[in-house]
Design a protein around this ligand. Structure first.
Ligand code: MF3
Ligand code: CO
Length: 237
């Protein structure tokens, strides 16, 4: 899983380099695909319930599961790239929201809060801490900043499958829920909206957007409960 995680980190770096004004969302998927090929890794997204790409590419008001296509990124946009890799049967999965060109202060703040929410959640990936601790850490930070947390989608366990038990919500009560143990590996993935928490799925059966059209960010890492605390397997920079 460490090896799969390094491939995913490299996919994110390639996508971030490709995310310039004028690039299409499909260009970012292509950048991710090239890394998979170079590293001899397989995609866990391609073909998942019929999903047609190796990455989900979700600009601005798209929350998650944006299908890469000809949509062109403009200066000032933000774009979330969610992708994964399989190495020798073991999975990793991570997402990052990238600024395109120079973004306004409000979008920069949304990105910073998303990163901080994930970082706070990761601090609870320790033996004896609970899923409630993780979810609470995310919602506290997002809501204190005046943003809202998407409730319809969750993080998950990960291993020889991309999605394993348990589901890991981005809200919860401290001390409640499953207790983590040494060796557990989880994917934590807050989705945070600038406006209301309400989301809807488009008729393509994948694309999830904010109902109010406001921007959304998505940050995810694959993290192991290590001997010395959290070990982030998909760390980039
Ligand atoms: N990215 C989702 C997750 O992080 C899964 C994407 S499903 C796919 O759990 F079909 F788009 F691959
Ligand atoms: Co995931």
């Amino acid at each position: 899983m460490r090896r799969a995680g390094r491939v995913v980190a490299e996919m994110h770096l390639a996508a971030a380099r490709a995310a310039v004004p004028g690039a299409s969302t499909l260009d970012l998927d292509t950048a991710c695909r090239e890394v998979l090929e170079r590293r001899g890794a397989k995609s866990n997204f391609l073909g998942y319930h019929g999903y047609p790409a190796v990455a989900c590419v979700s600009p601005n008001e798209v929350v998650v599961h944006g299908i890469p296509d000809g949509r062109v990124l403009e200066d000032g946009d933000i774009v979330s790239v969610d992708c994964g890799a399989i190495v020798d049967g073991w999975h990793a999965d991570a997402a990052v929201t990238i600024p395109v060109g120079s973004v306004d202060a409000a979008s920069q703040r949304l990105i910073s809060v998303g990163q901080a929410a994930l970082a706070a959640a990761i601090e609870h990936v320790r033996a004896g801490h609970t899923l409630g601790d993780i979810g609470h850490a995310v919602s506290e930070i997002a809501e204190a900043a005046g943003f809202s947390v998407v409730r319809e989608y969750t993080g998950h366990g990960i291993g020889t499958q991309m999605h394993e038990d348990p589901a890991i919500p981005n809200f919860g009560r401290p001390g409640k829920g499953l207790k983590l143990r040494h060796g557990h590996v989880v994917a934590i993935e807050p989705m945070i909206n600038a406006g209301s928490a309400a989301v809807r799925e488009l008729s393509d059966g994948w694309t999830v957007v904010t109902v109010d059209g406001a921007r959304s960010v998505h940050f995810e890492h694959t993290i192991a409960v290590g001997d010395a605390g959290p070990e982030v397997l998909t760390l980039r920079w």
